[in-house]
Design a protein around this ligand. Structure first.
Ligand SMILES: Cc1ncc(C[n+]2csc(CCOP(=O)(O)OP(=O)(O)O)c2C)c(N)n1
Ligand SMILES: [Mg+2]
Length: 313
């Protein structure tokens, strides 16, 4: 068996065991939705395909914004970090995930289907009238969606509310929130950041999908003052970690570190590619924000994903 990559705890029973898995003592058994690293990569590959297929079929949606996030979401839900039970979506002790950049809904829907919250066939009803898979996540119609998002800027405040509620209720659940780099233009993000540090919300982890693009172009042009982003969140009192958001071993390592931090909320700055580096999304100056692929582009993107997976395994 080849050497196990960084971020794993070495080989056990012929497979690489994630550090997060190895650290799952029996007392922490309920966090054990954990898969081996190669399984995580496999899951992310399948969910990436679904994102492309469902948005192409719907003819609308945000595939590039979903693809930048999908490795991170996969690690969260299937790497042993999120505690959840799809049979009990309102279980008070479940961990919460809030997709503040709600337009990446196709990514969230693919994850929720994989986790067992919904029938995967429903993925192909995306954005149809009366489908619970609306263009942006609606917590009133789809179990597993913790907050109705899409109006950018609100999710971190909602997540902080959950984190503080956990403390008041004496529960040990964690809250994860994903925000976009363009979304970070919203003042409410910084209000929530200040408040989270003030209240020492160490049960709150935010993930910044730092893909470098927003709706109208590169973040560095639209809002250059977001940089230096690590320094900013550190100055706001957060524990900041940086990661390659497409390197599963690194993601797992960083999420594991985040949940061990005490006294401060954590920000994971994830360097990602809008469209995950697939050729059809590389054209133009905004990585096809909110644009779905044509038939030939879909074929090309799927073929590239397939070739990558073959090279990995
Ligand atoms: C309050 C608000 N303003 C504007 C929009 C329109 N909008 C949708 S996505 C988007 C860009 C978001 O960029 P980013 O956060 O970087 O997400 P990405 O697609 O890159 O993941 C904008 C401006 C919105 N949904 N909400
Ligand atoms: Mg962006």
């Amino acid at each position: 068996m080849p050497a196990c990559p960084r971020g794993t705890a070495g080989a056990q029973k012929g497979r690489c065991v994630l550090a997060s898995e190895a650290s799952l003592a029996s007392a922490d058994r309920d966090r054990a939705n954990g898969h081996a690293l190669d399984n995580l990569e496999d899951i992310s590959w399948r969910l990436s395909r679904q994102i492309i297929e469902m948005t192409t079929r719907a003819g609308s949606g945000h595939p590039s914004s979903s693809l930048s996030a999908i490795d991170l979401l996969t690690a969260l839900y299937f790497g042993g970090f999120m505690r959840y039970d799809p049979q009990r979506p309102n279980w008070p002790e479940r961990d919460r995930f809030i997709l503040s950049k709600g337009h990446a809904a196709p990514g969230l829907y693919a994850v929720l289907a994989e986790a067992g919250y919904l029938n995967p066939d429903l993925l192909f009803t995306l954005r149809e009238l009366n489908s619970p898979l609306e263009g942006h996540p609606n917590m009133r119609v789809l179990p597993g969606v913790e907050a109705s998002t899409g109006s950018l800027g609100q999710g971190l405040s909602i997540g902080l509310g959950h984190a503080l509620a956990a403390r008041l209720d004496g529960l040990d659940y964690r809250t994860y929130v994903m925000i976009g780099d363009g979304e970070a233009d919203q003042g409410q993000i910084w209000e929530a950041s200040m408040a989270a540090a003030k209240y020492r919300a160490d049960n709150l982890t935010a993930i910044l999908d730092y893909n470098g693009y927003q709706q109208t172009g590169p973040v560095a042009e639209v809002m250059p003052a977001l940089a230096p982003v690590v320094d900013k969140w550190q100055a706001f009192g957060w524990h900041v970690l940086e990661v390659d958001g497409h390197d599963m071993a690194q993601i797992v390592e960083v999420l594991d570190e985040a949940r061990r931090v005490r006294g401060r909320p954590q920000m994971v700055v994830a360097h990602t590619q809008k469209g995950k580096g697939l050729t059809p999304f590389e054209e133009g100056n905004n990585r096809k924000h909110g644009v779905t692929l044509t038939g030939p582009e879909t074929e090309l993107a799927l073929a590239e994903l397939q070739a990558r997976r073959a090279a990995e395994s």
